[in-house]
Design a protein. Structure first.
Length: 114
């Protein structure tokens, strides 16, 4: 199962990481995503959305994780956004996905897939 970090540096007290889905014909089955800030900000909050709809949010965007089941199926047309608030200018916001990559018509290990 590969893992892939995505990050952005805050230019204000909020920052967004945008994750575009895989190339056409593939899908990611995301089993876990973790969020963190560098440096650690205990008051930070992270909100995760897929195509503008809420997936999950954290009480502590400075260091937290969401894991399945259910897993998330991410296609080439999907966009994940993670919005952090209560960060400082220059902080790095990181989201790491732990996932399987398969052909769109395959199911991977399927446990808890939605």
């Amino acid at each position: 199962m590969p893992d892939q970090p995505f990050s952005a540096v805050a230019t204000t007290t909020a920052v967004t990481v945008t994750i575009n889905g895989p190339q056409s014909g593939l899908q990611w089955i995301v089993w876990q995503l973790s969020v963190e800030t560098i440096p650690f900000r205990p008051g930070a909050v992270a909100v995760v959305k897929r195509n503008g709809r809420l997936v999950t949010s954290t009480v502590n965007g400075g260091r937290s994780a969401a894991q399945g089941p259910p897993a998330l199926r991410i296609s080439s047309s999907d966009v994940l956004t993670i919005d952090w608030t209560a960060v400082h200018v220059g902080d790095e916001a990181v989201c790491t996905l732990y996932y399987e990559e398969t052909q769109w018509d395959q199911y991977g290990s399927t446990f808890g897939l939605v």
